[in-house]
Design a protein around this ligand. Structure first.
Ligand SMILES: C[S@@+](CC[C@H](N)C(=O)[O-])C[C@H]1O[C@@H](n2cnc3c(N)ncnc32)[C@H](O)[C@@H]1O
Length: 204
C-alpha cells in the first residue's frame, strides 16, 4: 500500500481519473506507434480495473467500438455506449465461440492484451500461466484481427518470449519489444507490438 502511495504513476493516474497506473504503459506505446485511431474497433483482453479501457475509449471516439474482456467485473463508471464488457475466463475452451457471437471474424483493427495471472511469486508457475494466456491472445488475433491490423501483447521475459516474437514476426510486417517507463523496474514484463498483420495463421 505504502509503495502504491509513493508511486508517481499511481498518483498521476488517480489525478487524471484513471483506475490504474497501467494506463501510462498503453499511453507510451500508443504515443510511439499511433495504434488507436478515431473509429477503431478494438478487443482488449484483461481490461479490469479499466485504466486502459478509458484511454482506449478517449482515442477511438464515438464512432469506435471497444470489446473489453476480463474474468472479473469492470468497475469503471463511464458514459460511453461504445464499450461492451464481456465477463469471461479466456482459458475456457469456448472462449472464442463466445466472442464470435458478438464480433465478426477478421474485422477488428486492434487487439490489446494486458492479461496477467494472479502472481504467486513462484517464477516458473507465474511464467507458464502467463504463457497459457498469451497463447489464447494469439488465437484471438488469428480469428478476429483484420489484415493490416495491430496488436499489443504483454509477455514476461523468459524461455518462450523470443519464440513468440519470432512467431509474430512471421505474421506482422513489424514487431517491436517495448518496456514502458511505467512498468515496474523489478517486473520482467514487456510488450510485443505487432504492426501490419498479414492475415495468415499464427498457430499451427
Ligand atoms: C494487469 S491487469 C490489467 C490492468 C488493465 N490493463 C488496466 O489498465 O486497468 C490483468 C487483468 O487480467 C485479468 N485476467 C487474468 N487471467 C484472466 C483470464 N484467464 N481470463 C480473463 N481475464 C484474466 C485479471 O483479472 C486482471 O484484471
Amino acid at each position: 500500500m505504502l509503495e502504491r502511495k509513493k508511486d508517481v504513476f499511481f498518483r498521476r493516474a488517480k489525478e487524471l481519473g484513471y483506475e490504474s497506473r497501467a494506463v501510462f504503459k498503453l499511453k507510451y506505446i500508443n504515443s510511439m506507434f499511433n495504434i488507436l485511431k478515431n473509429g477503431s474497433a478494438v478487443i482488449e483482453l484483461g481490461c479490469s480495473p479499466g485504466g486502459w479501457s478509458l484511454y482506449i475509449l478517449e482515442k477511438i471516439g464515438k464512432s469506435g467500438k471497444l470489446y473489453a474482456v476480463d474474468k472479473v467485473p469492470l468497475p469503471i463508471k463511464h458514459s460511453y455506449p461504445q464499450i461492451e464488457f464481456i465477463q469471461v475466463d479466456i482459458l475456457q475452451s469456448n472462449f472464442l465461440d463466445i466472442l464470435s457471437t458478438k464480433i465478426s471474424s477478421n474485422l477488428v483493427d486492434v487487439i490489446l492484451s494486458d492479461l496477467a495471472p494472479n502472481m504467486t511469486g513462484k517464477y516458473e508457475l507465474d511464467y507458464y500461466r502467463q504463457i497459457a494466456l498469451v497463447k489464447v491472445v494469439l488465437a484471438t488475433i488469428e480469428k478476429f484481427l483484420k489484415p493490416g491490423g495491430s496488436a499489443v501483447v504483454k509477455i514476461f521475459e523468459g524461455p518462450e518470449s523470443q519464440n513468440f516474437k519470432k512467431l509474430l514476426l512471421s505474421k506482422f510486417k513489424f514487431v517491436h519489444s517495448i518496456k514502458p517507463p511505467a512498468s515496474r523496474k523489478h517486473s520482467s514484463e514487456f510488450y510485443l507490438v505487432g504492426l501490419g498483420y498479414s492475415g495468415k495463421t499464427l498457430l499451427t
